[in-house]
Design a protein around this ligand. Sequence first.
Ligand code: ADP
Ligand code: MG
Length: 696
Amino acid sequence: MEKENDALRKPVRCLKGIGPTIGAILAKRGVKTVEDLLYLLPNRYEDKGTLKTIEEMEEGMAGLVKVKVASSRPVYYPRARKRAFEATVDDGTGSLTLLWFQGPLPYLREICESGNTLLVSGRISRFGTRLQMVHPEVAVLDDDLGIDGHERILPVYPEIDGIRQGTLRNLMREALENCDHGTASVLPREIEELYSLIPLGEALAKLHHPDEAMCDGAVHRRYVERLILEEYVLFQIALLLKKREAAQEEGISFACHGVYRARFEKGLVFELTGAQKRVIKEIEEDMGRKVPMNRLLQGDVGSGKTVVAVLASSMAISDGYQVAFMAPTEILAEQHYLAIHKAFDDMGVPVAFLRGNMGAERSAVLEGIMTGRILVVAGTHALIRKDVVFNNLGLVIIDEQHRFGVIQRKALKEKAGSPDLLVMTATPIPRTLSMVVYGDLDVSVIDEVPEGRKKVATKVYLDKDKGIVYRLIEDELKKGHQAYIVYPLVEESKKIDLLDAKGMAAYFQKSIFSSYRVGLLHGKMRAEEKEDVMSRFKGREIDILVCTTVIEVGIDVPNATMIVVEHAERFGLSQLHQLRGRVGRGKIAARCALITSEKRTALAVRRLKVMEKTGDGFKIAEEDMHLRGPGEILGVKQSGVPDFRVGDLVRDGHMMSRARRLAEEAMARLTADELDRVKNVVKLRWGRTLHLSDVA
Ligand code: ADP
Ligand code: MG
């Protein structure tokens, strides 16, 4: 087994038939090892039809013949001034000339060596008295093997500039032979058998060496799925190993029922929802254990995650530990600070807000954190800067973690040994995706919103009906409520014909909304400016906030009852859902108007209609993933969606839970030796992506 894996790991250059040129072309496509090559799968298969004899072939007919080379030579046609290479071949019923006007001479010479048996496919034409095939497809046959059905079905690989199909086929044959036709699954053989999985090696061999059955799309798919399953299982094993590694760290075992918790619960003015209670129980169990908590808390906007997080904080400080509350932006961090402050101030718990830019006050806060005087601190990534030293950090709460990424998560943990970690996200993520991105975390979901919360009435409007929307805004303002109007651009752009926040804010203030106070908020403003505008909006000194998506996450102004998004088709559904979540946070009914241009595509309509129909963030995320792919939901680039070779999360995501179960089963069954082998495979494939360097 060991040997086969080594063969897979070898650079492709070791294969016969790969020179520097082809090696370089493959490398550019990311194909470096023999294994990479084998995972370059055919898109489809070509059935060359039944073998014919030369005698049966007529002019104009296309077909497949099996022939022997009699002779071959380069030729020159003086009249046409063309060089060519021709081979005379024969199958006992007649003879035929194969003719190439281009192609690498050494290659043609080699395959057309006299005495070679060839499988030739092409169209017959006549030149004078002789029959010929121009630029036929040729495969050299091993004379001993003869030709059966196998050779008739040819795999067709994705076009790669500079490498012919025939070359690819030969390379694949080489590669498979090199691995002795056996590529071992990370799953133990008994599991493959138990679930009647196609043995991995067989799947690979069949895909490259197809028989007739493979021309059936469903059969082909079954073999490809075996590879996808393998890929997903390996990934899930990687996550399980990572989890196991974390579980070996020594963490804090909290008592969970201290004085601050009791006081916080007593002070709550509402009954917790069933989902909140369940999730708190899960967190409590984690925090009570000696193993560090690694939990993701998922819940739609307004589902009450913050309360849960503050409650978890109260458990930590009851035991005398510090809590760090991290948010992606200063505005959000401040909001958390205010929530924490409100909860703990009466109890005399020192709470601080560490902002990036706070002058002399900063050193006082830093000192408070270092001496342990400050028990709870909120902030942005400023919290993981070197100069922040905690006295005894016990719990880290990260809001909107996908904006931080794994590395920062790690950095914060490294500051303080192994504190418990609670990651919150308001971006509902389809289960298939969360199993990938947060697969190393335990997941709690708040799938219920507090009672009495009204659905935000959502409607899609055409550009020409904007007037109606503006009147609706005015209705709200007259009632003393506030509104958001969102634009895709900060400033006017010559390149893109879209409305922008700056221009529209000025326009509204001068014209239709001149009797109201219009504010402007966008990402290019300085942090202090932004905060100033936000606090004025919260304090009702601003009636209409014209903005970009900076308001997307977490901003909480209960008196805002209407949100309008212009050019709504430019936004992802999950993003629109986040934006919509800015309203309907109080007891008052709220509205969301999505304005879109008349030049909408059918897809845009379908997408936006989803928003009218449902307020369920998970459903929306699922839809979004199918329409726009996984990157969209998590926010591009930093998304942490791993690169699968064959699997496509949108198309094959449903296989992930099966892979998870198989991975768990495999881990339980693998012997120590087998586990070592698997760990090596995992490290090579996912070590870097998942920061697995120390899985030992
Ligand atoms: P999230 O962080 O999930 O967006 P929050 O925790 O900010 O949600 O809660 C949204 C609002 O709902 C807050 O004003 C909060 O006080 C309130 N809230 C939270 N839980 C409940 C509950 N069980 N019943 C009533 N109101 C609640
Ligand atoms: Mg919140």
